[in-house]
Design a protein around this ligand. Sequence first.
Ligand code: ADP
Ligand code: MG
Length: 455
Amino acid sequence: MSPENNHLWNETLAQVREMILPHQYHTWIEHLTFQEQSDRTLILSSPNYFIKEWIDKNYANPLAMAAEKVLGFRPVVEILVEEPPSEPESQTSPQPKQTDALRVEEKKRQSEFEIQLNRNYTFDNFVVGPCNRIGHAAALAVVENPGHAYNPLFLHGSVGLGKTHLMQSICHAMLQRQENAQILYLSCESFVNQFISAIQKGDIETFRYKYRHVDMILIDDIHFLANKERTQDEFFHTFNVLYNAHKQIILSSDAAPKEIPSLEDRLVSRFKWGLVTQMQAPDFETRVAILQRKAKLRNRVLPDKEAQFIASKIDTNMRELEGAVVKVLGYASLANRDVDIPLIQEALSDTLETQQKKITLEHVKDAVVESFGVKLSELQSKRRHKSISHPRQIAMFLARELTDYSLEEVGGYFGGRDHTTVMYAADKIRQNSKIDSTLMATLENLTRQIKKAQG
Ligand code: ADP
Ligand code: MG
């Protein structure tokens, strides 16, 4: 093979790699060797029939598409089979042996893919209560009957209520049933980033192939699509292709579809085609059960009385509860003491104090007014001049981050604005702070001031 051809083949492989999942690439495509390219035919060879047939059946298209990108025309791809090595064993049963080896390989690759899943986020570890019963039942139904039970399944609710845990439980259960199921689980942020990089590379086709050839797609935190028109448009088409092929779509968000800022109507309506369900904050009994389950996961026992004590103090979300368990158990083993109420009070003294002294909207307002030299009346006015609207958006962002007030309450306080304005403002500041280090420093400064004033 000439160096030139070698280079073209490597380029082709790189393209294929972008189109399919890593374990598919390693299990199948990697075994191919380039033989020659004559006229419009690309001749490859495979170590055996099994691989050849599988690739002919499943990967002929991506291969031809990838080669087309490199060669500038779409070649006919022909896969030859190399002579099998004449081992004594392979004469009796050559095929099963290869197949077994491939299975092992496939399993190994599969587990690479699973690394992106948290091992503990399974149905077994998910505590069911009135707050999440419907979401849990729907998730089970989707595993039983993917693409048909509820499509799409849309889980929403505020942070720490188990959306990610439930989605990953679905992935684990699906992979347990069918180890080579083609499942994509990713954050919406990663979808957006990959889309942007595909546009930059001028290679939207590869991106599309990847997202449109799966059995199930789970996109976490889909509210990240807010205000991103082009990605929304792309996702709309991805959605349609998968939906029409009866592939299961599962989405999570911190808000109901119609509350995601500037989400296109056609997406809002599609998100409601299947089942939309809200994950609620846990009630007392569920909180106790979660605390005990989290202790058990760490091979420790949290007695009822102690669990109830913590549950009565922490009533926000599952993440806080888990954090409390970690703190209490860690404290107990460091101090080499039993877990009892006095120990819990010591271990959680920080958390319990801040729970009592809550940050208010006044704290936020005071810090912003002082730092930007604006007047409260201006913050609460309808004025849209940037010198006023910027601090106002920052105030809304901080109110969302640091207080428990609802979107409506925050909007009401800062000039009678509706909840979408607050969501939009908070989202904008959050996004900008990621790329603007001055803004990030301002936010950190303000947060410090607010906490100081409140504490
Ligand atoms: P979200 O994605 O809604 O923000 P997560 O799924 O990340 O929330 O959950 C936060 C933490 O709380 C995780 O560690 C998760 O395991 C735990 N958790 C949430 N809901 C439950 C539940 N019902 N049972 C057990 N653990 C839960
Ligand atoms: Mg999450």
